[in-house]
Design a protein around this ligand. Structure first.
Ligand code: AQP
Length: 325
């Protein structure tokens, strides 16, 4: 039997190169060897306020991006989280065994909470909903970027805690975090990760950005006051981030890329990186713009129909174990 893979992405903005290089790249590569389940996790996205009119569009576009990147609905299941009520049902059960202090320790919570005057409970409980997403499907492997490592640790802890209290019910999933590319940095601040909900679009390269926009953003990206092109994330985070992106999108060894820029200037590195990103995204963008909303919605509908059956069985088992049924 194939191992089960689950991962999700929030429709909280425009999907960017960091999301792709850190997570979605692995999704597309795992489809043939694993039973893959992918979700547009819309309930997660509203832990930070979303304009309701824009949200529906973002949900469809996020699914469209996933499909255009090569997720094949014949091989993988793709669905929208809010179409499967078992996610929120399991979320509640897991909340009853989650300690508030362990949620308060989460880096992502601390980062996002520090930007808002009052912090909503949904933001604090985000990792519990993520645990529910993953545990519902007896997931073996969760391909994610580095920023989700802590959340996966809580997921594993909650699986163990529930099993100890109520008897073996959940698998303890393993994260899959690739060594290289799991944390792409923001173009306008290479000390922070690239983020789709960043206030400035100069933070990220959206997968749907036009060639002109990509060139402009990379040209304006923050580097340093030196002139040497060298991979040294601690001392030269901006240049190292560009080298990382260039190496990943051209599928060339980082050392070879770095050496090829010996004696070159930052301007050349930026132009070459922009051109490489543009050509890397060109096929994807053609597919993205050729997919109709109707086609995407019909794929999502069959995905949720299929996955609801599995999720419902699991939540019934959980309810029985807890004594609710
Ligand atoms: N900068 C990044 N580099 C590598 N991987 C990244 N991921 C996110 N940012 C980077 C990975 O992308 C997947 C989907 O992310 P998400 O939608 O679950 O939300 P996130 O992790 O909170 O990503 P963003 O882009 O920063 O969204 P917002 O701004 O809404 O919070 C995950 O596997 C994530 O690790």
């Amino acid at each position: 039997m194939k191992k089960i893979v689950f991962s999700g992405i929030q429709p909280s903005g425009t999907i960017h190169l960091g999301n792709y290089l850190g997570a979605l790249r692995n999704w597309t590569q795992m489809q043939d060897d694993y039973e893959c389940i992918f979700s547009v996790v819309d309930l997660h996205s509203i832990t930070v306020y979303q304009d309701p009119k824009a949200l529906r569009r973002k949900i469809i576009d996020t699914a469209k991006i996933i499909l255009a990147l090569g997720i094949d609905p014949k091989k993988s299941t793709l669905f929208v989280q809010s179409d499967v009520p078992a996610h929120t049902q399991l979320y509640w059960i897991l909340n009853t065994i989650t300690k508030v202090p362990e949620l308060e320790l989460m880096t992502q919570y601390k980062d996002k909470a520090s930007k808002n005057r009052s912090t909503m409970a949904g933001l604090l409980n985000y990792p519990v909903l993520m645990a529910a997403d993953v545990l519902l499907y007896d997931t073996d492997i969760v391909p994610v970027g580095e920023d989700q490592r802590q959340h996966l640790e809580i997921t594993r802890e909650l699986a163990r805690r529930f099993n100890d209290l109520y008897g073996k019910t959940f698998k303890t999933p393993e994260p899959l975090i690739t060594k290289f590319g799991s944390k792409i940095m923001a173009l306008d601040n290479p000390l922070q990760k690239m983020s789709k909900s960043a206030p400035s679009p100069y933070n990220y390269i959206a997968l749907t950005d036009s060639p002109e926009v990509i060139t402009d953003k990379i040209k304006k990206s923050v580097t340093d006051s030196e002139t040497v092109i060298k991979y040294d994330p601690a001392r030269k985070p901006g240049v190292s981030n560009l080298l990382t992106i260039l190496s990943l999108v051209t599928n060339r060894d980082l050392k070879a890329v770095e050496e090829s820029y010996f004696g070159e200037n930052y301007g050349k590195l930026k132009i070459d990186t922009a051109q490489a990103v543009i050509s890397f995204l060109s096929d994807f963008q053609k597919k993205f713009y050729s997919l109709s909303d109707d086609k995407v919605l019909s794929i999502l509908k069959s995905g949720s129909k299929k996955i609801n059956k599995i999720a419902q069985e699991k939540i019934n088992e959980v309810y029985r174990k807890v004594g609710l049924k």
